[in-house]
Design a binder for this molecule. Structure first.
Ligand SMILES: *[C@@H]1O[C@H](CO)[C@@H](O)[C@H](O)[C@H]1NC(C)=O
Ligand SMILES: *[C@@H]1O[C@H](CO)[C@@H](O)[C@H](O)[C@H]1NC(C)=O
Length: 96
């Protein structure tokens, strides 16, 4: 069975200071896995944001970033609170 992630939003606009929700759903036959969010700003480097363990009973959070991880529906959206100009980037959802 293929492991895959789906990011349904081609793009997302928010005002500064608002909260952005970047959607991701995934598909896997694994029971043990990690999910990640990375961002790629216009400068091009790939920057790690946050990691979720599938067996963790708590949503990962770090500073202005948090996830809404719902294992039952394989939903792994990223929330960015207090959006700033520096958040403008391409966001990658990763399953590993
Ligand atoms: C993450 O938060 C959402 C919304 O509050 C909740 O429904 C979900 O169960 C949480 N996931 C985990 C793994 O705690
Ligand atoms: C996944 O999460 C997003 C954002 O929280 C929500 O809008 C969507 O309905 C959820 N999808 C499923 C299948 O639970």
């Amino acid at each position: 069975v293929a492991q895959k992630v789906t990011q349904p939003q081609p793009e997302l606009s928010v005002q500064e200071t608002e909260t952005a929700t970047v959607a991701c759903t995934y598909d896997t036959s694994w029971t043990d896995y990690y999910l990640f969010w990375y961002k790629q700003p216009p400068s091009g480097e790939m920057i790690f944001i946050i990691r979720q363990e599938a067996f963790k009973q708590q949503n990962a959070t770090d500073n202005r970033f948090s996830v809404n991880f719902q294992k039952a529906t394989k939903n792994f959206s990223l929330r960015i609170s207090g959006c700033q100009l520096e958040d403008a980037a391409v966001y990658f959802c990763v399953l590993s």
